[in-house]
Design a protein around this ligand. Structure first.
Ligand SMILES: O=C(O)Cc1cc(O)ccc1O
Ligand SMILES: [Fe+2]
Length: 470
């Protein structure tokens, strides 16, 4: 099923990467292609054009400043004017308002979206689920899902609106970027920053995944506070491409630009992957979630999920995220006298969840790999009835238990999402979601006696000893 463009951008079995989150890196596909001692010489080595891509304003503080210099055969500007892409679908949203999305405080859940049979590439398979704010105002986010079955052909995608954090759930993504190539499997994530051109090949055919798009800021590693200097996602596990270029002429090559949530196309006669060398700190990168070093409670109570933050996109308010990317990876549960699954809660932040593989600890049924859920600001949620009952049945005899073969994740935001018609009218919407909690019974009993409480679940009295406050 692979096209000519697939062959043209063939991927070696094992790509080489550079490593390190936030590093200033450089890469040459031909030795000597990088100018020495300056960014923009009168004539660049090998007759290349110098081109800067800025990911932050020129004057952003140094510790936040992101930019790279690309040395390319022809500059990006060498193209015909942008035209609206026809047919234009209203399936991508980057400014959420009453005309394109609605408020909905209900707990929402979706079954896995089926992958289409008709030829669909990564661009045509993209749909916005929900989001908040505006790409124009440079504050907000969008959550998309993609389903696709064929590689992009003679075209590249460019997102002028924000950064994409892609979570593949099914099928590998072989992504060619202006900085080089990335092979991304389910279980890994990839970040394609605003403005980079890229093309997505699907070596496995049918593919599905989730995307968080952030406007006006970029992902950072979370502070570790008292955890110390190590733990969670290690900077060195973030992998960045090495320079790769193609020189072939490509008549009718199309750049598809997402700009204000709309798609525009521009024709050019060469591949945008013509960067022979580059240097900088504004780069695409990938990360293998199995490298994450989880921390958690080792005695009692359930930790807040922020303990599992892989990447965070901050707002200007300290500790308040525009979007946190949090995972629920395999780990040991050891807490004593503790309700171990996620607690019942209401959150001022909004929580979108997806499942890459396995099951999720709070849902015995109904939350499936490739599915999704949305629990918006202050909407109550927590373990389903089956999970609650099973946890209580285990009681305090539950020894250390390893949660294995699972990878769920959450996009958590301080901005309240509006939900798009594609998601609300989806045939994959689980209209019975609320039923998973309806069976939660009252276990209330009024009387307690002096240090004694009635164990309602086992139906006998038990002395409470070894309180935590001693
Ligand atoms: O709602 C969820 O399942 C996500 C979640 C997990 C957890 O361990 C604690 C809080 C929380 O919101
Ligand atoms: Fe939650």
């Amino acid at each position: 099923m692979e096209s000519d463009s697939m062959k043209r951008t063939d991927f070696p079995a094992n790509l080489e990467y550079q490593s390190g989150f936030g590093n200033h890196l450089s890469s040459e596909a031909i030795a000597g292609a990088l100018p020495q001692g300056q960014n923009s010489p009168l004539v660049c080595p090998l007759g290349l054009y110098a081109e800067q891509i800025s990911g932050t304003s020129f004057t952003a503080p140094r510790k936040l400043n992101l930019r790279s210099w690309l040395y390319r055969i022809k500059p990006s500007v060498t193209h015909e004017p942008f035209k609206p892409r026809v047919p234009s679908h209203e399936r991508l949203v980057s400014e959420f308002n009453q005309s394109n999305s609605s408020a909905n405080p209900t707990q929402l859940r979706w079954k896995p979206v089926e992958i289409p049979e008709s030829p669909t590439d990564f661009i045509d398979g993209l749909h916005t689920v929900c989001g908040a704010g505006s790409s124009y105002l440079r504050h907000g986010y969008a959550i998309h899902m993609y389903t696709a079955n064929k590689s992009m052909d003679n075209c590249a995608f460019c997102n002028a609106d924000g950064d994409f954090l892609i979570v593949p759930q099914k099928g590998r993504l072989w992504i060619t970027t202006e900085c080089g190539k990335l092979q991304v499997c389910p279980g890994e994530i990839v970040v394609l920053p605003q403005g980079f051109r890229f093309t997505v090949n699907l070596p496995d055919g049918p593919s599905r995944g989730y995307i968080a798009e952030i406007f006006g800021t970029h992902f950072q590693l979370p502070d570790l506070g008292p955890i110390g200097a190590n733990g969670l996602a290690a900077p060195r596990d973030f992998l960045v491409p090495t320079a790769w270029y193609e020189e072939s002429s490509c008549p009718g090559y199309t750049i598809v630009q997402k700009y204000g949530g709309e798609l525009f196309t521009a024709k050019q006669d060469f591949s945008p992957f013509n960067v022979v060398a580059w240097h900088g700190n504004y780069v695409p990168f990938k990360y293998d979630l199995s490298k994450f070093c989880p921390y958690n409670t080792v005695l009692f109570d359930h930790s807040d999920p922020s303990i599992n933050t892989v990447l965070t996109a901050p707002t200007d308010k300290l500790g308040v995220a525009l979007l946190d990317f949090v995972i629920f990876p395999p780990r040991w549960l050891v807490a004593e006298n503790t309700f171990r699954p996620p607690y019942y809660h209401r959150n001022c932040m909004s929580e979108f969840m997806g499942l890459i593989y396995g099951g999720y600890e709070a849902k015995a049924d109904g939350f499936l790999p490739g599915g999704a859920s949305l629990h918006s600001c202050m909407t109550p949620h927590g373990p389903d009835t089956k999970t609650y009952e099973a946890t209580i049945a285990l009681g305090n005899e539950a020894g250390p238990r390893r949660i294995a073969d699972t990878m769920a994740f959450m996009f958590e935001s301080c901005l309240i999402p509006r939900v798009c018609p594609w998601a609300l009218e989806s045939p994959f919407m689980d209209h019975d979601y609320y039923q998973c909690w309806i069976g939660l019974r009252s276990h209330f009993i009024r009387e307690t006696t002096n240090g004694q409480r009635r164990d309602v679940h086992k139906g006998h009295n038990e002395t409470v000893t070894g309180g935590h406050g001693e």
